[in-house]
Design a protein around this ligand. Structure first.
Ligand SMILES: Cc1ncc(COP(=O)(O)O)c(C=O)c1O
Length: 382
């Protein structure tokens, strides 16, 4: 096998994983029903409940990437003809709406321009009109770096009798979620962002209210995503549903141990601190964040290119000269921005310093005159 190079992953995911997580992933394989393995399923579920801020019994790491989690929510909670309000201010909101339509749902989009916040009142109003069954939003929209405040939408959705589901792929592990307190009925994420586990698992959580809806369905849920069958394996029965990705569960449990050892509040603060440091360092380089700080997700900063900078050449320079990966823009923002993820194990001041120096070098290579010394000094001035 070709030896993969060491690249500092500062894009929108995957984020770097720690040596502890990588070691865990390479431990001897066990059977997915082995008595030494099944306690790890429990450990994973307990750790995930802490991160989602829920006591939902049905909280588990589904096999598959984040999109499998989205499909699981849709497959269980949407039936043909259901009215589903979808907040769309980026590519992943669009994907949610598309997924709802593929399941036969009537997706009613509340749209905001990419890079701007959703109009919360408009989402609440859309939920209140008509017989809405479900409202879904993306907590941290990874295509733009915009954060959506969940509280008012949750309250309006609860009042209307609909369910509220959240995509927290990018926010989990980097921001407090408190889903029980807020009133979130179902949520999904991936492991490759602020949990710093390689891609391949989609933790999901369903409230009792959500499960009542599932039990009342007229149409069957596709086999793989069937919450009853998943509960058979992850609950006490331990009945075979699919062959769980054992090594991925090792990695997840190791990451959850690290998160617990760090402490949730300390971890969230670390994400806020490095994000603020990055933003301070951008200005002396002549770079501007796309999203105002009050709407910005701390773990993902979208940066606008100054005039005359070619996206592909800029990112190639970072990759080849500095061994750093950042993300390009998606959808309407392609070519106009680049995305910097400071997530999980990657959310460190030394990475901010390395990234700013590399951005400065790439800008200088394109004929700009960034003040790299001032950028690096700004990192430490809070
Ligand atoms: C907010 C959000 N939702 C959904 C997804 C889809 O996850 P995956 O690419 O792991 O399938 C992503 C991936 O980046 C994401 O950022």
């Amino acid at each position: 096998m070709h030896e993969p190079p060491e690249i500092l992953l500062l894009g929108p995911g995957p984020s770097p994983s720690s040596p502890h997580v990588r070691r865990a992933q390479s431990k001897p394989l066990l059977g997915h029903l082995d008595p030494d393995f099944v306690p790890l399923l429990d450990a994973a579920q307990i750790g995930l409940r802490r991160l989602f801020g829920t006591e939902n019994q049905l909280t588990l790491p589904l096999a598959g990437t984040g999109s499998a989690g989205m499909e699981a929510i849709v497959a269980n909670l949407v039936e043909p003809g259901d009215r589903v309000v979808v907040g769309v201010n980026g590519v992943f909101g669009q994907r949610f709406a598309d997924s709802v339509r593929r399941a036969g749902g009537d997706a009613v989009e509340v749209v905001a321009e990419f890079g701007t916040a959703l109009d919360i009142k408009a989402v609440c109003a859309a939920v209140a009109v008509g017989a809405t069954k479900l409202c879904v939003v993306v907590h941290a929209e990874t295509s733009t770096g915009v954060l959506t405040d969940l509280r008012d939408i949750a309250a309006a959705t609860r009042q209307s009798g609909a369910l509220f589901a959240v995509d927290c792929v990018t926010s989990i592990g980097g921001l407090p979620l408190d889903f029980d307190e807020i009133g979130v009925d179902a949520a999904f994420c991936g492991t490759q962002k602020c949990l710093s586990v390689p891609p391949g698992l989609a933790p999901i959580t369903f409230s009792e209210r959500a499960l009542e809806r599932v039990h009342a369905r007229k149409h069957p849920v596709p086999f793989y995503f069937d919450t009853k069958l998943l509960t058979g394996y992850f609950g006490k029965a331990r009945s075979y549903h699919y062959t769980a990705p054992v090594s991925m569960i090792y990695a997840l449990v190791a990451a959850l141990e690290e998160i617990e050892a760090e402490g949730l509040e300390a971890r969230f603060q670390r994400h806020r601190d490095v994000s603020a440091a990055l933003r301070r360092g951008l200005e002396p380089l002549g770079l501007k964040p796309l999203v105002p700080v009050e709407h910005a997700a701390p773990m993902l900063t979208t940066v606008c290119y100054p005039a005359g900078i070619d996206d592909a050449a800029f990112r190639k320079h970072l990759r080849q000269q500095h061994r750093i990966e950042v993300g390009g823009g998606l959808g309407a923002l392609a070519g106009k921005v680049f995305r910097v993820g400071l997530m999980g194990h990657g959310a460190r001041i030394e990475n901010v310093l390395r990234a700013l120096a590399a951005f400065g070098d790439a800008l200088a290579a394109a004929g700009h005159r960034p003040d790299v010394s001032a950028a690096l000094a700004a990192v430490h001035c809070d």
